[in-house]
Design a protein around this ligand. Structure first.
Ligand SMILES: *[C@@H]1O[C@H](CO)[C@@H](O)[C@H](O)[C@H]1NC(C)=O
Ligand SMILES: *[C@@H]1O[C@H](CO)[C@@H](O)[C@H](O)[C@H]1NC(C)=O
Ligand SMILES: *[C@@H]1O[C@H](CO)[C@@H](O)[C@H](O)[C@H]1NC(C)=O
Ligand SMILES: *[C@@H]1O[C@H](CO)[C@@H](O)[C@H](O)[C@H]1NC(C)=O
Ligand SMILES: *[C@@H]1O[C@H](CO)[C@@H](O)[C@H](O)[C@H]1NC(C)=O
Length: 319
């Protein structure tokens, strides 16, 4: 009964969205040592140089569920971006590999490399904008967001993590480690230690770092809210900015949610009374990624890079 209601609901949702095309599976998209499957939604009227949004699923979740449960495809129709839905090959619990040395290393392998190969493939295939590649997910998808932003700072422009854990918090022996210590909030490090994990993922990298947004419920009993505090230490330290917020806004976007901003590069939301089932706030993601924007002034790795902007200006002056 419940199942058929859910099925009917998702059919209703899919048809209500009136999508301009279908979810398509792509094979042979590049290095993919863990056999992650790739699904992509490409709007029928794709503008030139479109952005790409990647949305990895939660544990026990699938690409199909994210496609149906999040409005990225219909928003892609509306605003002109591609969305990619990776599907894990780990049938034990359908959680992402956020533990292996491979995933936690730039171009090192693991699920992370499979997902990045999808992005690199789509970038070429559709002439997408290499400076507007984004990743967002919930739970295991949020952990993978932390991993991708940490291991591939050269690829993404920004990430948005909903109820996840810091980069490297689940690190362990193998591809499908469940870290009880991390999940229960017992892995505590200082900012320098957390940042070292990220920096060691891509030693010697000094380029642009994707900006980052993280959100967590205060009564999350699957991934302890301590993990929000640890992510704050980690990412402020990666960016080399203070752990003291530059701006705190209460009751945004919902009553009881508090947003702390740490300059332009990082923000953290604490959602009072919210458990692990944190309700996704689509506009929070869309606005942070500036995905409603078209034209030359949208947020991107270019606009986020002052040196790059200056060079571009000089370029235009010369040409
Ligand atoms: C999606 O695929 C189905 C089955 O192949 C097809 O009937 C339908 O027209 C497609 N919808 C769109 C919007 O492309
Ligand atoms: C990869 O996964 C697909 C299912 O998504 C399966 O059909 C295929 O056999 C797998 N290949 C390998 C080498 O495991
Ligand atoms: C993803 O993998 C799951 C588990 O094997 C499967 O049920 C689902 O059909 C696959 N495809 C999509 C698009 O979710
Ligand atoms: C962080 O911890 C390390 C020990 O692992 C210590 O050497 C360092 O001083 C600590 N940094 C801060 C800012 O507390
Ligand atoms: C900024 O952009 C320039 C030109 O595109 C590039 O060479 C440089 O590496 C970028 N700097 C950072 C910190 O990303």
């Amino acid at each position: 009964m419940l199942l058929s209601t859910v099925t009917l609901l998702s059919v209703a949702l899919a048809s209500a969205q009136q999508l301009s095309s279908n979810l398509t599976q792509i094979t042979d998209f590049g290095p993919n040592p863990r056999n992650v499957s790739m699904y992509i939604y490409v709007p029928a009227n794709l503008p030139p140089n479109p952005p790409i949004l990647v949305s990895p699923h939660w544990c026990h979740g699938t690409a199909q569920q994210v496609f149906e449960g999040r409005p990225w495809a219909s928003l892609g129709d509306q605003y002109g971006f591609i969305s990619i839905y990776p599907n894990t090959s780990n049938l034990a619990d359908q959680c992402w590999d956020v533990s292996s040395k491979e995933s936690l290393t730039h171009d090192g392998g693991g699920d992370a490399l499979g997902i990045v190969s999808m992005v690199r493939w789509a970038l070429k295939e559709y002439g997408a904008d290499k400076d507007r590649l984004f990743v967002t997910g919930t739970s295991s998808g949020a952990m993978m967001t932390n991993v991708l932003i940490g291991s591939y700072p050269d690829v993404f422009a920004a990430g948005s993590a909903w109820a996840g854990v810091p980069f490297g918090c689940f690190a362990g022996n193998g591809y499908d480690v469940w870290s009880d210590a991390c999940a229960t909030g017992k892995i505590i490090k200082n900012g320098t230690e957390w940042a070292a994990l990220v920096k060691n993922a891509y030693p010697g990298y000094t380029g642009f770092r994707p900006k980052f947004q993280t959100l967590h419920g205060t009564v999350d009993n699957v991934l302890n809210p301590q993990n929000l505090k640890e992510q704050i230490k980690q990412w402020t330290s990666v960016f080399g900015i203070s752990q003291v917020p530059t701006e705190v806004t209460k009751d945004t976007p919902l009553p009881g949610w508090t947003r702390s901003r740490y300059g332009e590069q990082f923000e953290a939301y604490e959602a009072a009374g919210v458990d692990h089932n944190i309700p996704n706030q689509v506009d929070v993601v869309m606005d942070f990624f500036d995905l409603k924007c078209s034209g030359s002034k949208c947020f991107s790795r270019r606009s986020g890079n002052v040196t790059g902007m200056l060079l571009e200006c000089i370029d235009h002056l010369v040409v």
